[in-house]
Design a protein around this ligand. Sequence first.
Ligand code: NDP
Length: 428
Amino acid sequence: MALDSDIGIAPYDAPEKDLYEVGEMPPLGYVPKQMYAWAIRRERHGEPDKSFQVEVVDTPVLDSHEVLVLVMAAGVNYNGVWAGLGIPISPFDSHGADYHIAGSDASGIVWAIGDKVKNWKVGDEVVIHCNQDDGEDEECNGGDPMFSPSQRIWGYETPDGSFAQFTNVQAQQLLPRPKHLTWEESACYTLTLATAYRMLFGHHPHELKPGQNVLVWGASGGLGSFAIQLINAAGGNAIGVISDEEKRQFVMDLGAKGVINRKDFKCWGQLPTVNTPEYAAWFKEARKFGKAIWDITGKGNNVDIVFEHPGEATFPVSSLVCKKGGMVVICAGTSGFNCTFDVRYMWMHQKRLQGSHFAHLKQAASANRLMVERRIDPCMSEVFPWDEIPQAHLKMLRNEHKPGNMAVLVQAPRTGLRTVEDVVEASK
Ligand code: NDP
């Protein structure tokens, strides 16, 4: 570990202390010994209001390729919910640390750099993508880093996520922060946007092409709201699915060609046994859902890609309505992991089932560029103060959150601030 000892110049008159209150600014580049963090412990696994607790912990120590970031704001996403529950795996089974700091999205200020870091300097304003790898194997060098045996998700498979005053990340995780966005807007989008980007453009030869039709589940959610915008930007037609009429206009305004309310159909859950009356009833209802898609795409036009993440509840229908030679691309199983489908349609219609997981740096950087260029909106729905991080996750767990992506303030003293100078001024 080596930090640049010349760094540590206060941009304003701030005392050097071992611990700062949340929202209190240390001098630029000064690293206190300890910090506040929302920590999960194995014995506390459960819903977020039980599993997340504020603790004072040691500030992370940097390795030579790492960067310490003062977290201004963090994004709320399902990773925090799963980490708290310990489902599908406990983060402690991945990293073995005593406590786990969740949070896989953040905006912040580079506060210290390891001695091998070349591209970033103290004071840079950044967002953080959540993919880490050791960079040494063949997948990281000419392959796909998401296939690397060392690939891991920061804040889930590492113990040092963004729900803390400081986080240490690999230098390659940093991306430039869109200057037109506030800290909280910048913090809410990277995980879901980059995941949606890889799902739509990362699986050759099924990369989305202009004019193609895509069925997007959870179209008003984090992943879905970016899928709709990316499909629109690429010249495709997005058909969004919602469960509440109040979300319809939001999804249409993002650029969807049409919206279907899944509450109007009864074909959800595992596939009934083939050739039973239950199967016949399911099939009739699934065909009705397919007809609702045709009402948007035109008769006979099945979808080229199904953008899947609810999993168990929707998978039988996804694999049926996808067109011949099309792709069902899936990155999660929010409603359950026991996905079922009628394999006859998979083989006879030669459909592709494709798993997808976050994104590699190039995909995350390409997605971020779209945000920097203002082609994509972060769709920030709500901002919570530091104290309400568990409540924000509880909302997500109960599917009670508003359309879009949620953020929480960490060091940013209030909402609406855009720069380091803004924060320094607001902290005086
Ligand atoms: P959100 O909660 O923002 O959106 C999910 C949407 O899914 C909801 O808005 C809801 O929309 C819909 N949904 C929920 N339950 C069901 C159901 N039973 N049937 C159909 N639709 C349902 O979550 P995110 O978009 O941020 O994340 C979705 C999932 O993707 C999570 O499980 C998350 O962990 C995972 N994920 C995986 C990543 C990866 O890299 N592998 C990265 C990012 C997320 P509505 O009720 O309106 O239909």
